[in-house]
Design a binder for this molecule. Structure first.
Ligand SMILES: *Cc1c(COP(=O)(O)O)cnc(C)c1O
Length: 407
């Protein structure tokens, strides 16, 4: 890479992110972007070259002796992700959920126990119920902000699995404190970092050993790719993840790797705009008489605000709110059905706004929240905020009319 570098000052994070994985110039010129290298087969000059590459792979080098290992496009994306989050190596998986499952399978064996924050992405519980239990692995859910982690650790505890801020209600965790307890007991900490896109938060710098992202969300950023990423803090965990990754035959297509890399280049500007729009909407929601609580860590009223301010450099486009207590349980559905700019849909992290009613059984998993009013999750996109606010006004208008509330 040929960026002039000031010896006194390391490159800033945007600069590193923009240039990581850029192909070298050849014969005096070259493209800005890495080519999409699609292949199932790698060709070798001779049997010695074949043997050499196999040996280098076995020794842990990131070289491909077969298409499943991915070629230049994959390496460029891995480099850019490590530039984003720090760490040792990045592993690319077909979805965010498969990245989570990879970590659980790689680190846990029959008889092992793992402590899992009760506010994590809900499908983790399905992986537990349908796969891990059958393998004799026990997950135990705990409140990361109220339970004493040290008191929950058993002799067979091998992993603490977290997500901060959490899904749906954005509970911010004291990762350095939780990681310090785990470290004292020699237990690895993995955390889901999808909310921040890796741009507003670097969990490995705060004590985590593994960071997981659904690149499906902010990294790809355009609602057109499914992808997951696991980032390790050093060679020992890279070896464990790599072994399970190989055994499961995981890989992603070069086109998807390219789309994620393209998304990464504009991650900082997109997230800055998501943050501006989401902050405006969160502040507006706080003023609405039908709203009981707004969940957005950048708001000073949010219980996680102080921790967020200490450890994060920004907030994403996810804003949830609970209706005031006493509002009918059907208000969430009436609200989202009245919206025209916010589409209804799962997932998030694209350029567009989405709204979804949080299912009560999902909310009950989060011990930190004991409210009973309906909760709506918004993903605030890049549309004009005034149009979004007008749309939300329409949503509240629908609720007021249907339930004859005071406006
Ligand atoms: C969406 C999501 C995932 C799963 O990602 P997929 O690519 O949809 O499988 C994991 N964690 C969090 C926090 C998510 O929001």
């Amino acid at each position: 890479m040929s960026i002039p570098q000031d010896k006194q000052r390391p490159l800033g994070p945007s600069t590193r992110l923009l240039h990581a994985g850029t192909p070298p110039l050849q014969g005096g010129s070259g493209p800005v972007n890495v080519p999409v290298v699609r292949t199932s087969t790698v060709r070798f000059a001779d049997s010695a070259a074949y043997a050499d590459l196999h040996h280098r792979r076995e020794a842990g080098e990131r070289v491909a002796s077969y298409g499943r290992h991915g070629l230049d496009t994959h390496r460029a994306l891995e480099d850019a992700v490590v530039a984003l989050e720090g760490g040792h190596r990045a592993f690319l998986t077909p979805s965010g959920l498969s990245a989570i499952t990879l970590v659980l399978i790689a680190l846990l064996s029959p008889g092992d126990h793992a402590l899992v924050a009760d506010s994590v992405y809900s499908p983790v519980r399905r992986v537990d119920a349908t796969l891990l239990q059958r393998l004799g692995i026990t997950l135990e859910y705990f409140s990361p902000s109220r339970d004493d982690l040290a008191g929950k650790i058993r002799p067979n505890t091998r992993l603490v699995y977290l997500e901060s801020p959490s899904s749906l209600l954005y509970e911010v965790l004291d990762l350095p404190a939780l990681a310090a307890v785990a470290r004292q007991h020699g237990i690895a900490v993995a955390t889901d970092n999808t909310w921040s896109g890796g741009w507003f938060y670097q969990p490995l710098e705060h004590g985590a050993n593994l960071s997981i992202q659904a690149a499906t969300k902010y990294i790809a950023g355009h609602s057109d790719v499914m992808q997951g990423i696991v980032i390790t803090d050093g060679p020992a965990l890279s070896k464990k993840i790599s072994t399970a990754y190989e055994a499961l035959g995981l890989t992603i297509g070069a086109d998807d790797a390219y789309l994620a890399l393209r998304g990464l280049r504009t991650l900082p500007v997109r997230l800055a705009q998501h943050q501006r729009h989401a902050t405006e909407i969160a502040q507006w929601l706080e003023q609405q008489p039908q709203v009981g609580r707004v969940f957005y860590p950048a708001l000073p009223s949010d219980p996680g605000h102080a921790l967020w301010k200490r450890d994060f450099s920004g907030a994403s486009g996810l804003v949830s709110f609970a209706f005031a207590e006493g509002v009918d349980a059907g208000a969430g559905a009436v609200f989202v059905d009245s919206l025209r700019q916010f589409a209804q849909g799962a997932s998030w992290g694209g350029y567009e706004s989405l709204a979804l009613v949080a299912q009560p059984e999902r909310l009950r998993e989060h011990s930190v929240w004991t409210g009973t009013a309906p909760v709506v999750r918004l993903h605030v996109g890049l549309e004009d905020p005034l149009d979004l606010i007008a749309d939300l006004e329409r949503g509240f208008g629908g609720v007021v009319e249907r339930f004859r509330l005071a406006a």
